[in-house]
Ligand binder design. Structure first.
Ligand code: ZN
Length: 397
């Protein structure tokens, strides 16, 4: 059993106040004390400490609290920034600067050349970050990365990477050579998408799933507010789940009937003979061209078929995991208005659980890069607090 020391209790209280302030800032000390259930004296002393360290500040404008004015305490989001790197796509990288309140401050995207080595990839990342950080001021506390691969935390090796260049690569080691003074965090992109929806303002959804559509299909599983990775990091690999009535051979695993052969946007484009078009114009513009041609039965039926297959898979997930909700997001988000009804209906018809509880399915209409930036920022913030807030060496920009 771990010993609980006075220092542990003090740090835990500090983190409680700091996290509450992040959600509710600006707040008076009295509001904070009520929120975190500590005495006014303890909260007051913690606030002084946070202000001394530059993590919070006293607001010049005071809050009027029924009868008298009280000085408010404000969270300082610009105390330090996380550098986040989105590597979900094989043809480009995207980077962002994210503050401690998880606001995306600045972004930069860079196309990757066709025949790339891992060293060339690191050069592109270096040059993208230099361009992003030019004229920025402040401090960095970590690099948080999203990859389309299974990340084994023990071995630090990427597996099942959608970009063959990253397969069985120790990405953290390579990134460390580009950012020698920054801690490097690596996470599967679907897991980050799930993190992006852990809204501190709506703490109700503790068990939730995020189905993430990119070039492949991933699943981020949050149980009791924590990410579930499985024993070897493979939890939530959906792409090779076998679907009924599908007999196509999967080009990756060689088996028949994998979800990735019919559900992703790339599979729709391939069936319509428009894969090159999708590659060239990108997923957003390609979805727009699909939507503009819905009167064409071949197109509307093909989208309907994808919606049915997604509904079938969601029904099984509901029955196995009984989540509060399942959230869908990714590169096909523009098609959700035409798919959502069929997805919900199919899922309700097939789920046994649907007889007992109201099944919640939410659709996120946000570009993939933003989901990964926010998820990577949230992961970085958790790392920041887990290191005791002031335990990290900051790197000046
Ligand atoms: Zn497969």
């Amino acid at each position: 059993m771990a010993l609980v020391t006075t220092t542990d209790v003090r740090l835990a209280n500090l983190l409680k106040v700091y996290s509450a302030l992040r959600v509710g800032s600006p707040m008076t000390k009295r509001q904070l004390a009520k929120e975190v259930e500590l005495t006014f004296a303890s909260v007051s002393s913690i606030c002084n400490q946070l202000v001394d360290q530059g993590l919070a500040r006293y607001e010049e404008e005071s809050i009027f609290t029924g009868g008298r004015k009280a000085i408010a305490v404000e969270f300082v989001p610009e105390y330090a920034y996380a550098l986040v790197l989105d590597m979900h796509h094989t043809e480009y990288i995207a980077m962002a600067l994210v503050d401690l309140a998880n606001t995306i401050v600045k972004t930069k995207r860079m196309s990757l050349p066709d025949s790339l080595t891992i060293e060339g990839l690191m050069d592109s990342i270096r040059s993208c970050s230099q361009s992003l950080l030019a004229e920025c001021e402040g401090h960095l506390y970590c690099l948080s990365v999203g990859v389309s691969a299974v990340y084994n935390e023990q071995s630090k090796i990427l597996l099942q990477a959608s970009n063959p260049l990253l397969e069985r690569v120790n990405l953290a080691m390579h990134l460390q050579s580009v950012f020698p003074n920054l801690p490097v965090l690596i996470e599967n992109d679907a897991n980050l998408a799930a993190f992006s929806q852990l809204d501190p303002f709506k703490p109700g959804h503790k068990n939730q799933l995020f189905v993430f559509f990119t070039q492949g299909i991933g699943l981020g599983i949050i149980i009791d507010g924590e990410l579930y990775r499985g024993s070897h990091g493979f939890a939530g690999e959906l792409g090779h789940l076998k679907l009924t009535g599908v007999d196509r051979k999967c080009s990756k695993c060689g088996n028949n009937g994998c979800m990735r052969t019919v559900v992703p946007l790339a599979a729709i484009a391939r069936d319509l003979g428009e894969y090159e078009q999708l590659r060239q114009m990108g997923s957003l513009a390609y979805c727009d061209t699909l939507l503009s041609r819905l009167k064409d039965h071949e197109i509307s039926e093909r989208i309907e078929y994808t919606a049915q297959k997604i509904g079938e898979v969601l029904a099984e997930m509901f029955d196995v995991l009984n989540p509060d909700q399942i959230i869908l997001g990714g590169n096909n988000w523009k098609l959700y208005p035409v798919m959502s009804k069929t997805i919900r209906q199919t899922c309700r018809q097939l789920s046994n659980l649907a007889r007992e509880v109201d099944i919640q399915i939410q659709f996120v209409s946000e570009p993939i890069n933003d989901l990964i930036f926010k998820g990577a920022g949230e992961k970085a913030f958790r790392f920041f607090t887990a290191s005791g807030i002031t335990g990290l060496e900051l790197v000046e920009l």
